[in-house]
Design a protein around this ligand. Structure first.
Ligand code: NAD
Ligand code: MG
Length: 383
């Protein structure tokens, strides 16, 4: 395969670092042209010294000088400021943009990448939650590919290879249940951010770790799947599978079910998205059926973990409701991580925002951006 030239946005995060692991394993297949993150960090500097991109870009404009000095001898350009990421993704040498920024903040650079006709490897699920309809339409009209990195969506994508979309009866999204699976509402009253950050099967950034603990992550993934695979909300089912070996399944009209499985390791879906339509070899640990038996399944407890219900509600209502859900969730998660609100307050804040903020049935992009801004303001008031 010809080497693919990559822009990696969010390179210092959990997905970004694992993306660089994949590049390190396949130096003939991938070339890093851009590394981008929120701001300066030692990790960013050492990544850039190793992968030697053309440009290092950061959102924080005040970090320009420290980065420029760090790369003075290296012939690496620095771009900084709120427009920097959206500008660098359009560079002509780039084939694919990896979006591994967390939250609504990832939307703008994904839009810029699509407009510049760059293929996208998407980890930033919030982009599709907020603006899924807009993004999917734009991808189609500009003939740009978007490959999912989220493990569930990568699984479904892989199961659909060689199948006709109209033969899908439903998809079954699996989730580990998170670190608080099986806990009662009473016990959840006292859980701390540190407890939420200890995920049983995945090692992820703080926001998605809390989302996994509340089941909001699965809710966001339901919305992400609806757009990615052109499904009706009632074609999407969620089941809890604590071992995280089956990453998701597709059930076809004849009742046949396909599952995609592996040891939980995000490098696998990342590599698949980067190399698609090729499948590259890997040294990742192989799954052993005998040693890892049994695989178990249970229904999600939506009485305790209400965020999943709220996400389904937002999906059914459509319009700007998923955007409201997402923005309120980002504020609630941040406040929980800062010990400002208890765990069980998060769904309360999200629900209040969903009830209070003006509903728009067919929002355009600017209305979605405005919905995000207002929701954040309103949610702050509920903390
Ligand atoms: P993380 O917090 O570990 O990393 C986030 C990255 O984004 C960092 O590099 C940070 O510098 C950058 N960033 C944050 N705000 C930014 C801004 N305003 N401008 C520019 N850069 C910014 O997060 P993560 O766990 O790697 O998750 C990233 C995305 O991938 C999320 O949307 C998450 O839902 C999704 N995802 C993650 C995993 C996982 O295993 N971590 C799995 C599936 C999907
Ligand atoms: Mg996932």
């Amino acid at each position: 395969m010809n080497p693919k030239h990559l822009a990696i946005l969010g390179c210092t995060g959990s997905i970004g670092r694992q993306c660089l692991d994949v590049v390190r394993e396949h130096p003939q297949s991938f070339v890093v042209e851009i590394l981008a993150a929120q701001g300066f960090s030692k990790a960013l500097v050492s990544q850039a010294k190793e992968f030697r991109p053309k440009v290092v870009a950061v959102a924080k404009s005040s970090d320009f000088e420290v980065l420029r000095q760090a790369f003075e001898q290296d012939h690496i350009d620095v771009a900084a400021g709120e427009n920097a990421l959206a500008e660098v993704v359009a560079m002509p040498e780039i084939d694919m943009v990896v979006s591994a920024i967390v939250g609504f903040a990832g939307l703008r650079s994904v839009i810029a990448a699509i407009e510049a006709k760059k293929h996208i490897a998407l980890a930033n699920k919030e982009t599709l939650v907020v603006a899924g309809e807009w993004v999917m339409n734009r991808l189609k009209s500009l003939q740009v590919d978007l490959l999912p990195i989220d493990s569930e969506h990568s699984a479904i994508f892989q199961c659909l290879e060689g199948e006709k979309p109209n033969k899908v009866e439903k998809i079954i999204l699996t989730g580990s249940g998170g670190p608080f699976r099986g806990m009662s509402l009473e016990r959840l009253q006292n859980v701390k951010p540190e407890d939420a950050l200890h995920h049983p099967t995945w090692n992820m950034g703080p926001k998605i770790s809390v989302d996994s603990a509340t089941l909001m992550n699965k809710g966001l993934e339901v919305i992400e799947a609806r757009w990615l695979f052109h499904l009706n909300p009632n074609q999407i089912e969620v089941i809890i599978h604590p071992q995280s070996v089956i990453h998701s399944m597709v059930q076809f009209v004849d009742g046949s079910i396909k599952a995609q499985m592996s040891i939980p390791d995000m490098r696998l879906p990342i590599q698949y998205a980067l190399s698609y339509p090729e499948r590259l070899p890997s040294s990742f640990q192989r799954f052993d059926f005998i040693r890892n038996s049994p695989l178990t399944f249970e229904a999600p407890n939506t009485h305790v973990f209400r965020n999943l219900i709220l996400a389904f509600e937002a999906l059914h209502q459509g319009g700007n409701m998923p955007c409201i859900l997402n923005a309120a969730n980002e504020i609630a998660v941040e406040a929980f991580l800062q010990h400002r609100i208890p765990f069980l307050r998060m769904p309360v804040i999200i629900e209040k925002c969903m009830n209070m903020i003006d509903f728009i049935s067919s929002p355009d992009l600017s209305q979605l951006i405005e919905t995000d801004r207002i929701t954040r303001e309103v949610a702050q008031g509920f903390l």
